[in-house]
Write a protein that binds this ligand. Structure first.
Ligand code: C2E
Ligand code: MG
Ligand code: MG
Ligand code: MG
Length: 278
């Protein structure tokens, strides 16, 4: 049987798994180069106010521009980077890019736009996360309230007490905390009220089936009412059809994003769109 040895390496029994291991090692090696040469770019998916249907901000999403293989999507390398620990370095590069863009946007007076940056649980668990985060954000000129962090439940469950302290500090600095992929994790509801979360992002899997199954509409309704009672807002991700949008508007979901509105855009297109629609 395959036995985990950490760092994404496995002892094998079967040849069929061999190529997968070579894959992981190749990705890991290529990621090391990608980090060194900074082969990453950000794209920006609009987040809309579902009531006014206006763009209020963007989620930054990473793309890897491999010199030979072209664009590589996060699904292909984030897992490997999390197992190898390389994600911490990648998250730092992403944060710096996001801050730089915010600074340039703020300089062009679009000061009310906000950016959401994904931060992995590995990064949050590093002992110097907060000091490094501040060091980076302080190196750029923009209002801290324009930068939000998206974290997943896993980051919180592993160490609730530590997460609590960290999130409170982030909030004190002016950032909003968004709980990503909500509903896919573990004991979602039991700890939510203990944490200083501003926005709950309802996972795409619930939005996907909104227009088909009665079950998911009940779940989404429950999440929205729970969030409201805890003074949190909700954002729905993965809206692809008008029927899903209508359902979410009826349920009074605050924000939404998805291909129905926009796919992720370049920074220039994102800024132009923000001007157009505000
Ligand atoms: P996520 O944070 O939940 O991001 C949402 C993903 O759903 C994105 O995929 C986005 O392009 C996709 N998406 C948005 N709207 C729709 C839609 O209407 N339909 C469908 N089918 N998909 C939609 P992406 O960019 O491939 O990112 C996948 C995951 O990779 C992200 O999930 C996040 O967990 C991770 N990730 C992306 N960028 C970063 C980053 O900079 N740092 C870290 N640590 N993780 C990242
Ligand atoms: Mg996200
Ligand atoms: Mg998500
Ligand atoms: Mg996700």
């Amino acid at each position: 049987q395959a036995k985990a040895e950490g760092k994404g390496r496995y002892v094998l029994c079967c040849t069929s798994e061999k190529s997968r291991v070579v894959d992981v090692l190749t990705i890991e090696n290529e990621l090391a180069n990608a980090i060194k040469n900074d082969e990453f770019k950000l794209v920006y998916q609009p987040v809309l106010d579902l009531n006014s249907e206006k763009v209020v901000g963007f989620e930054t999403l990473i793309r890897w521009f491999h010199p030979k293989k072209g664009i590589i999507y996060p699904d292909y390398f984030i897992d490997v980077a999390e197992k190898s620990g390389q994600i911490v370095e990648i998250d730092r590069l992403v944060l710096a890019k996001a801050c730089k863009i915010l600074e340039s946007w703020q300089a062009t007076s679009s000061s009310s736009v906000y950016l959401n940056v994904n931060v992995s649980s590995n990064s949050l668990a590093t002992h110097d996360f907060l000091s490094r985060f501040q060091e980076t954000t302080n190196a750029f000129q923009f209002s801290k309230s324009r930068l939000n962090v998206e974290i997943t439940e896993r980051a919180l469950i592993d160490n609730l007490k530590q997460a609590n302290v960290l999130l409170r500090s982030m909030k004190q600095l002016g950032h909003k905390v968004i709980l990503d992929d909500f509903g896919t994790g573990y004991s979602s509801l039991s700890y939510l009220h203990q944490l200083p979360i501003d926005i709950v992002k309802i996972d795409r899997s619930f939005i996907m089936s909104l227009d088909e199954a009665d079950a998911s509409i009940s779940i989404v309704r429950a999440i929205i009412s729970l969030a409201q009672s805890l003074n949190m807002q909700v954002v729905a991700e993965g809206i692809e059809h008008v029927t899903q949008l209508t359902a979410l508007q009826q349920l009074k979901a605050h924000f939404g994003q998805g291909y129905y509105f926009y796919k992720p855009l370049t920074s220039d297109d994102a800024l132009a769109l923000f001007y157009e629609s505000s």
